[in-house]
Design a protein around this ligand. Structure first.
Ligand SMILES: Cc1cc2nc3c(=O)[nH]c(=O)nc-3n(C[C@H](O)[C@H](O)[C@H](O)COP(=O)(O)OP(=O)(O)OC[C@H]3O[C@@H](n4cnc5c(N)ncnc54)[C@H](O)[C@@H]3O)c2cc1C
Length: 441
């Protein structure tokens, strides 16, 4: 069994792999972690931005904890090449680390709109802790923040920006907000809700350049008038961190192509998280999901397989959930499947919306939105996710849901969805208390 494990990337996928190796191995192995940043969770950065958690709380493992886990670290270092013929990874300081098996978990980086001025002062991305520090240092009560891009990541930080007392304008080049998370109807309801809550939204709005004018930013728009901002945040997409693998034997498509054990085309090289192109639970085709639950699950599966187990992954479910100004917005699975049978219901005054997508009598995707204060919104988010994830056959309940898309509970209970999901664990064994093993990250 491999004795020297190399983990490249100390984010969610990498840290879950380390934890799982230590939980699952029968003999103590050597683990080396190479990571450009110290281990922390990007997903909690919005709470750091609104100051509801201290900076120390974003980290998932301190130097002391890593030492206790017996992990040798190269932190602040980039992997620059992987030679799979001799099983060695080169770092940017010239160090070479040899391995018996390795995990590529280098995540993604933010990409800015390719316009003049995008890299100027006062223009930020919000993906890393360093970038979060930069935004936090510049936003003051009354600042005008312009968010370029209205995708999922932009929406994870809207509440934080507003809670800092800033005025917010969102510009989106697509004809609607959240173009990769919800459909036209949902996007229209969310946009109206944001506007009622004092957020200005411009869709179909193309940014052409950013200039500095007397210490502020002027955003030149192709149409509809320019904008002046104190702080610009570019939430215009992400790109996988895979350029360092150019020339290696590892097969890359949109991400590192992996099999159902999360092995790449090179058998002793695994990939996990944002960089991995693994199986999608609903379509069973390979896809890059770039979401936290996928990174966690991938990390657990890879860790177990690196520790000598043989664990198959059944695929990851697309889960997008955000809460904006107390409106819950979520989509699951194949929510945009043009070939699926669909049914929907809208209550524009609340606002509330449900869209259910079917293949036969199974729910394969769903969109839901509603006020967070309505208890059934929160409950239905969980139940719809469960129905899509379990793939239960809904039989006669399909007709019931068609008539009553706002009454999910009877169908959820009658089909015993909870009992079909409860025995399921990622590693195929009952959960166990952390004990001596590293705690969850
Ligand atoms: C503000 C924000 C909010 C988010 N909210 C959510 C949410 O609510 N729900 C959700 O599902 N997802 C959310 N995400 C996305 C989620 O954080 C990512 O999907 C997740 O972090 C992916 O984990 P990962 O381990 O694959 O990569 P990462 O967490 O990005 O970790 C990659 C690690 O690799 C390191 N690295 C990169 N290149 C190299 C190299 N060449 N050599 C060595 N190390 C390298 C990086 O420094 C980093 O430590 C959010 C992201 C952000 C930024």
């Amino acid at each position: 069994m491999p004795r020297r494990h190399l983990i490249i990337g100390g984010g969610t996928a990498g840290m879950n792999a380390i934890r799982t190796i230590r939980e699952e191995e029968t003999e103590r192995s050597t683990i080396t972690l190479v990571s450009a940043e110290k281990p922390y969770s990007r997903m909690v950065l919005p709470y750091y931005l609104d100051r509801s958690i201290a900076e120390s709380h974003v980290f998932t493992a301190t130097a002391r904890v890593l030492a206790d886990w017996g992990v040798t670290t190269h932190l602040g270092k980039h992997a620059t090449a992987l030679d799979t013929k001799v099983n060695a990874c080169t770092l940017d300081d010239g160090t070479t680390v040899e391995y018996d098996d390795c995990l590529i978990a280098t995540g993604s980086s933010a990409v800015r709109a390719p316009v003049p001025g995008a890299d100027g002062p006062g223009v930020h991305s919000f993906w890393t802790l360093d970038q979060a520090r930069g935004v936090l240092a510049q936003i003051r009560p009354g600042s005008h923040v312009v968010m370029v891009g209205a995708g999922f990541i932009a929406f994870t930080i809207l509440n934080s920006i507003l809670s800092l007392g800033a005025k917010l304008t969102i510009v989106e080049v697509a004809p609607r907000i959240l173009p990769r998370m919800i459909d036209d109807t949902g996007a229209g309801l969310v946009q109206t809700w944001l506007e009622k809550n004092g957020v200005a939204v411009r869709t179909g709005a193309k940014l052409t350049r950013i200039d500095e004018v007397k210490g502020r930013r002027r955003l030149k728009m192709a149409a509809g008038g320019d904008l002046v901002a104190d702080v610009v945040i570019m939430a215009t997409g992400i790109r996988t961190n895979l350029a360092w693998l150019n020339g290696s034997e590892v097969k890359i498509n949109q991400g590192v192509v992996v099999d159902d054990r999360l092995r790449s085309s090179v058998p002793n090289v695994y990939a996990a998280g944002d960089v991995a192109e693994g199986r999608d639970l609903i379509s069973q085709a390979n896809a890059v999901h770039a979401i936290e639950p996928t990174a966690q699950e991938h990390g657990r599966i890879v860790g177990a397989n690196m520790a000598g187990k043989d664990v198959r992954y059944r695929g990851s479910l697309i889960i997008n959930i955000v809460e904006v100004c107390h409106l819950d917005v979520a989509s699951f699975g194949a929510w945009d499947d043009a070939k699926a049978e669909t049914m929907s219901g809208v209550k524009a005054d609340r606002p509330a919306y449900r869209k259910l997508l079917w293949r036969g009598d199974r729910l394969t995707g769903a969109i839901i939105l509603g006020p967070s204060t309505d208890i059934w919104t929160t409950n239905d988010v969980g139940m719809l996710k469960g129905l899509v994830q379990s793939g239960v056959s809904l039989g006669a309940w399909k007709a019931y849901l068609k008539k009553n898309p706002f009454d999910i509970k009877p169908a959820f209970i009658a089909t015993k969805t909870t009992s079909s999901l409860l025995p399921e664990t990622i590693l195929g064994r009952p959960s166990k208390a952390p004990g001596e093993s590293p705690v969850a990250v």
